[in-house]
Design a protein around this ligand. Structure first.
Ligand code: PLP
Length: 440
C-alpha cells in the first residue's frame, strides 16, 4: 500500500441556531421522474440539463388556477429570456401561453414558434425602429419604455397613416429595493401620467395597456398589491381625464421560485410566498380600485416561477484533491459557465446514493481555469468517488439562456415528457458550432 499523508478533520457537530442546523443534510436523488440519474448520464453524457415536462405543467396549472379562481380575465405570456429553448417554449404555448420577448431575435423566435402575433408582447429598453414597425404591422403588443420610443412609434403610425395601440411600461416604488426604476416611465414623479397625456394628445396613438415588471424573485406579495393599485389609478386617470379605455394591465414577472437565495437563512418554504398570496394581492387590488364598467384583462409574464423547479443539472465528480487549508475540493464537469445563477443561489445539491460515511466540509469547483468557478464553497459531503453524480436544482430559469461557451462546450439538454420518455432538446456544442461564425 502506498503511503498517504494523514489529514485531521474538524467534525462540526450540528450547532443549531434559530434557523436550524447549519449543516447541509445529505439528500439523495437517484432519479428524475422515474429515470435514473446514472442512466441519463450514460445515455446523454455529463454534464446534462434535464427538464421535467410533468413539473412544468404542474407549476403552470398552479399559477393559472390561483389566478383563475379569483379573476375571470387572465392571459399568460411566457417570458422567452427565462428559457427560450423551442421545446420548452412550445410546451407553454400548447398550454395556452403567449410570448413575452425583449429582443428582435426573441421576437422572431416567437413567430417561428407559431405564436399568434397579437399574443406577442414586445418589451425591452431597446427596440430597433424596423422591429417596432414589424411588430406594429403584426398587431403585436408594444410596451414602450421611454419617450423617444413613443415618438418612434408615433412616426411609424404617421407613416402608415393608422392609429397604433401602445402600452407603456411603468416603474414605481413598491417598497422593494433596489428599485428597478431604469425601465419605463416613473409613476411617482408623474412621468407615466405625462406619457399617457402624450398618447392622448397624439392622433396616431391609443393607450391599450399598462405594464410593470417590478423585479425578479420578489419575496413580498404586498409589493404586487402596491404595483396593481398604481396601475389601476393610472387606468382610471386615462379613462376619466382622456377618455381612453385601457384594456389590460400587465404585472410582469418576478414571482419567486423555491430556490435558496444566498444570505437568506430560512428555507424557501418559509420565505417564498405561495402563488395564492401573489394572486390574492393582485386580484384584490384590481377589484378594490376598479372604477370602470369593465375589468381589465390581467396579463402576467411569469418566467422563473414556472420553469425554475422543472430544471435539473446532472454533473459528475471528475476528480478530488485536498487544498492546502485541508479542505476537500471536488472538481466537477459543470461550472459557472453553465450555472450563471450560482452567484445568487445556494442550490439543492443531492448525491446519488448513500455513501455510509462521515461527511466533511467540501468545496465544489467547476472545470474552468478560473478561481471564481465555485458552485458551493462549503458543503458537507461524504467521500464521493470519481463518476459520482450530483443533481443540482432548481436550475430551470436563466441558466440555459445565460450560459456561455467559455472554455468548454455547453452540454446537452433533455426533456422527460409526460410518459417518462426522454428526448434530446438541445445538442451539445461542438467544434463546428463554436467556429461556425468565425472568419479568417
Ligand atoms: C425577465 C422579465 C420577465 C420574467 O421575469 P421572472 O422574474 O423570470 O418571472 C417578465 N417581464 C419582463 C419585462 C422581464 O424583463
Amino acid at each position: 500500500m502506498k503511503y498517504k499523508k494523514p489529514v485531521i478533520n474538524r467534525i462540526d457537530f450540528a450547532i443549531s441556531s434559530k434557523y436550524g442546523s447549519p449543516l447541509h443534510s445529505q439528500k439523495i436523488r437517484t432519479e428524475i421522474d422515474g429515470i435514473g440519474v446514472h442512466e441519463l448520464v450514460e445515455q446523454y453524457g455529463s454534464p446534462l440539463f434535464v427538464f421535467s415536462q410533468k413539473r412544468i405543467k404542474e407549476q403552470y396549472m398552479q399559477l393559472k388556477q390561483a389566478f383563475e379562481d379569483r379573476y375571470p380575465k387572465l392571459k399568460l405570456s411566457w417570458s422567452y429570456k427565462t428559457n427560450y429553448l423551442n421545446a420548452i417554449c412550445k410546451i407553454y404555448h400548447q398550454l395556452g401561453s403567449g410570448a413575452e420577448v425583449v429582443s428582435e431575435f426573441e421576437y422572431d423566435k416567437a413567430l417561428a414558434n407559431n405564436v399568434t402575433p397579437s399574443d406577442i408582447i414586445y418589451n425591452g429598453p431597446y427596440k430597433p425602429k424596423e422591429y417596432l414597425k414589424k411588430a406594429i404591422l403584426n398587431n403585436s403588443k408594444i410596451h414602450v419604455d421611454h419617450l423617444l420610443e413613443l415618438e418612434d412609434v408615433q412616426s411609424i403610425a404617421q407613416e402608415l397613416d393608422q392609429v397604433v395601440n401602445v402600452a407603456i411600461r411603468v416603474n414605481m416604488d413598491v417598497g422593494v429595493y433596489p428599485n428597478w426604476n431604469r425601465f419605463g416611465f416613473n409613476y411617482d414623479n408623474n412621468e407615466a401620467y405625462e406619457a399617457i397625456k402624450f398618447i392622448a394628445n397624439s392622433p396616431y396613438l391609443n393607450l391599450n395597456g399598462l405594464h410593470t415588471h417590478i423585479g425578479t424573485f420578489i419575496l413580498e406579495a404586498n409589493a404586487y398589491k402596491i404595483a396593481t393599485i398604481k396601475l389601476m389609478k393610472l387606468r382610471q386617470q386615462a379613462l376619466e381625464e382622456f377618455g381612453m379605455n385601457v384594456e389590460y394591465i400587465d404585472l410582469g414577472g418576478g414571482f419567486a421560485s423555491k430556490n435558496h437565495l444566498k444570505g437568506i437563512y430560512q428555507s424557501p418554504e418559509v420565505v417564498v410566498p405561495s402563488v395564492d398570496e401573489y394572486a390574492q394581492a393582485i386580484t384584490n387590488a384590481i377589484y378594490e380600485y376598479n372604477t370602470s364598467d369593465e375589468l381589465p384583462t390581467l396579463y402576467l409574464e411569469t418566467g422563473r416561477y414556472l420553469i425554475d423547479e422543472a430544471g435539473y443539472l446532472l454533473t459528475s465528480i471528475q476528480a478530488y484533491k485536498r487544498l492546502p487549508n485541508g479542505m476537500k475540493s471536488y472538481i466537477l464537469d459543470a461550472g459557472v459557465n453553465i450555472l450563471y445563477t450560482s452567484a445568487w443561489y445556494n442550490f439543492n445539491i443531492e448525491i446519488d446514493k448513500d455513501y455510509d460515511n462521515l461527511t466533511e466540509p467540501s468545496i465544489l469547483n467547476g472545470p474552468l481555469c478560473m478561481n471564481i468557478d465555485v458552485i458551493n464553497d462549503n458543503i458537507s459531503l461524504p467521500p464521493l468517488e470519481r463518476n459520482s453524480i450530483l443533481t443540482i436544482s432548481p436550475v430551470g430559469a436563466y441558466n440555459i439562456t445565460q450560459s456561455m461557451q467559455f472554455i468548454r462546450y455547453r452540454p446537452r439538454v433533455v426533456l422527460i415528457d409526460d410518459d417518462s420518455n426522454t428526448r434530446l432538446i438541445r445538442q451539445e456544442d461542438d467544434l463546428q458550432s463554436v467556429m461556425a461564425k468565425e472568419l479568417e
